[in-house]
Every structure is written in structure tokens, then in C-alpha cells.
Design a protein around this ligand. Structure first.
Ligand code: SF4
Length: 369
């Protein structure tokens, strides 16, 4: 995919787009690459309102008034990487731990009591602390207790993804962090994550292994958002074409303050986030769009009708966070600190239905069993 996508020429096309290009894109039912790049352009900043309206209409047509709710379960904060922006970097001092299977079940039970049926298992990158066998056995134990199980862990080989699908994994979330190879090298100086190409091809391997949902994203703030948005849209589009049996979702995580005062070198304002999110919705009407508790409550409420299909709620970003909260062991500060019930209530008040259980997935699992 990346061999065909030259970030510099994409960026140049974004900069060169005119108002006429933006208007043509807004009038198109099916966007070309050129249309998409126009929607990311400086010229499109005057068209945010019509872009938002269009995104809202398309999302209602394709997804109705339904928002899926999920919660992360951090099973380990042990990591061998040195990502400059992450509190779990191996060089940072913080309380490290990995849940044993019973402790992981305890977290999932706590989330079930809050209403969650959709869990995202998250870990740092340590094949020693959390080998593939760990996830395999955990998924087998969790599959009877959750309707939907996704993983946000280190990149795996195709055969390993296939083992996890067999064990009950429905989805894989994996962010490239930045699509710019130079910036990537700078912020991932050591550890297995330093391998840009291996990470970039991970969702392709997951798709080959039959993972039902693939969630792509970039950590916004590491590099110019227009460049990242251009390649992110292409990556998601490429995955949709190639893995048409899988559902493709896009996330837009924004980098907050990291360890040792590390901050975004390219801050992404709210208006830019709206522009990118709505441009992706117009390019990919059938893609899921995921919004996490990294964003503050007020902004999440405002973004909800613009294309969001899934939201996390009540998230804790440290192991055992739902039973023994410990901010010192957390990956990042959650901005939206409302309870899951408060988020569900907000969704209802906005005229949407919060959905805790993915019935499509339950049915297809039942059919496969
Ligand atoms: S971003 Fe992931 S791989 Fe990098 S330090 Fe954090 S947990 Fe480890």
C-alpha cells in the first residue's frame, strides 16, 4: 500500500486544492482520491459546515442512530519499546504489572456489571509478559462472557492472528502512530516497534487471517495532520477494498501530554479534527469511526452526530483500573471522565441509541459454532 502512496505528493495535492475542488468533492456521491485530498485542504476550512452536514446525513443513512459502546481492558503495561510519547515506554519509571487470567476476568466482570459486552484487550509490547498463548487462553475464557472481543496489542504474524481468531478475537486495533517514516524513526528509536514496515503491514496480516474488524489510526500530533490524514484515508480505503468481508474502522486519537513533558510537535486543533473526521466519512461511507475518552466530554458530544459509530466510556488505562484504580500506572489521562451510564444518557439525549452488545457478531459467532 505505502509503496504506491507517496506522502510528499499527497501533501502537495492537498495544498494545491482550490475551492472549486472542494465544491466538486462535496457534490460527488463517490469520492475520488483527488476529492478526498481537497476535503483535507486549507481551501476546505471554509466548508466545514457543509462537510459536517453531509457526514451526518451519510452516517444516518448507513448506520442509523446507533452508537456502540466499548471499554478497554489493560492487561499489561509492560513494554520493551521506547516510544517517546508513551508513559509505558521501557525507560519510564512506573508501577508495572500484567494481569493473570483470573485478574483479567475480574476486570471484564466489573465492566459487565457496568453494562459492557464489547471489550478491547490492550497491552504494551512484551512478548515475554504477554505472549500469544496468553491472549489465546484469555480469549477462550472471555468469549463466553463478552459479545465482542478486540485486541490492541503488538503486531503479530498472520498465523498468530489466525490462532487468536480461532480463540475468539473479533477485531484488531493497530495504529501506525505516524505514516511519515522519518518522524516514525525519531519517536520509535528502539525496540521491535522501530520496524515501520512490519507495523504498517500488520492489519494486512490480520485481514489475511480473517479478523472480522480492522481498526486503523494515526496518533495525531506527531506530524502534520493533513499529511497523516491523507495517508490514513488511503490506508483505510485500501483495507476496505482488499478485505471487503471485514469491517474497517478509523480512529483519530490525539496526542496529549506524554511522559517527561513530551507534547505534540504538531498540535491538532478541534476544527482540524472535525475536518479530517468528516472527510474520512465522506470518502468511506461504510467505515466505522471510533472516538475514545481521550477527548473531553464537550467535544465528544459535539462530534457524536458527525460520523461516530463507536465510543468508549468510563475507560481506565492501567491494569486493574476498574477494581483498583492507580493513575500512576496509566498510559494516558482520560479526558472524558463521565461514567458509562452518563455517556449512555448523553447518547440518548442526542437522539441516538447506545448499544452495549454487537448482535451481528453474536449471531455470526453462533452460526460459526
Ligand atoms: S505506545 Fe505501545 S509500544 Fe509504545 S511504549 Fe506505549 S505501550 Fe509500548
Amino acid at each position: 500500500m505505502m509503496n504506491r502512496a507517496d506522502p510528499r505528493s499527497l501533501r502537495a495535492a492537498v495544498e494545491a486544492a482550490t475551492s472549486a475542488d472542494v465544491e466538486r468533492a462535496l457534490a460527488s456521491d463517490v469520492l475520488s482520491l483527488r476529492d478526498y485530498l481537497a476535503l483535507l485542504s486549507p481551501a476546505a476550512t471554509r466548508y466545514i459546515e457543509p462537510m459536517a452536514q453531509r457526514a451526518r446525513t451519510i452516517t444516518l443513512q448507513r448506520f442509523g442512530r446507533v452508537i456502540g459502546l466499548y471499554a478497554p481492558v489493560y492487561v499489561s503495561n509492560e513494554c520493551t519499546n521506547r516510544c517517546a510519547y508513551c508513559a509505558f515506554s521501557v525507560t519510564n519509571l512506573l508501577p508495572r504489572s500484567t494481569l493473570n487470567p483470573d485478574e483479567a476476568l475480574e476486570q471484564s466482570d466489573a465492566l459487565r456489571r457496568m453494562g459492557f459486552q464489547h471489550l478491547l484487550l490492550v497491552s504494551g509490547e512484551s512478548r515475554t509478559a504477554v505472549p500469544v498463548e496468553y491472549f489465546e487462553s484469555l480469549l477462550r475464557r472471555l468469549r463466553a462472557r463478552a459479545a465482542y472481543l478486540a485486541l490492541e496489542v503488538y503486531p503479530l504474524q498472520t498465523a498468530e492472528y489466525a490462532r487468536l481468531v480461532e480463540a475468539g478475537a473479533d477485531g484488531v486495533t493497530l495504529y501506525q502512530e505516524t505514516y511519515d517514516p522519518e518522524v516514525y524513526r525519531t519517536v520509535h528509536p528502539a525496540g521491535p516497534k522501530a520496524d515501520y514496515a512490519w507495523r504498517l503491514a500488520a492489519l494486512e496480516r490480520a485481514g489475511d487471517a480473517g479478523v472480522a474488524r480492522l481498526n486503523v489510526g494515526a496518533l495525531l500530533g506527531l506530524h502534520d495532520w493533513r499529511s497523516e490524514g491523507a495517508v490514513l484515508g488511503l490506508h483505510a480505503s485500501w483495507l476496505m477494498n482488499r478485505y471487503w468481508r471485514s469491517q474497517i474502522s478509523v480512529s483519530f486519537p490525539r496526542l496529549r501530554r506524554g511522559p517527561n513533558g513530551y507534547g505534540p510537535s504538531h498540535p491538532v486543533p478541534d476544527t482540524a479534527l472535525v475536518q479530517m473526521l468528516t472527510a474520512v466519512r465522506l470518502l468511506l461511507p461504510d467505515a466505522g469511526i471510533v472516538l475514545s475518552t481521550r477527548e473531553p466530554a464537550q467535544l465528544r458530544d459535539a462530534l457524536l452526530p458527525l460520523g461516530i459509530t463507536q465510543m468508549s466510556a468510563g475507560s481506565r488505562t492501567e491494569p486493574r483500573g476498574y477494581t483498583v484504580p492507580c493513575d500512576e500506572g496509566a498510559q494516558f489521562d482520560v479526558q472524558d471522565r463521565r461514567s458509562p451510564l452518563q455517556v449512555a444518557e448523553m447518547i440518548r439525549k442526542a437522539g441516538y441509541e447506545p448499544v452495549w452488545k454487537d448482535w451481528d457478531r453474536v449471531m455470526s459467532r453462533g452460526a460459526a459454532a
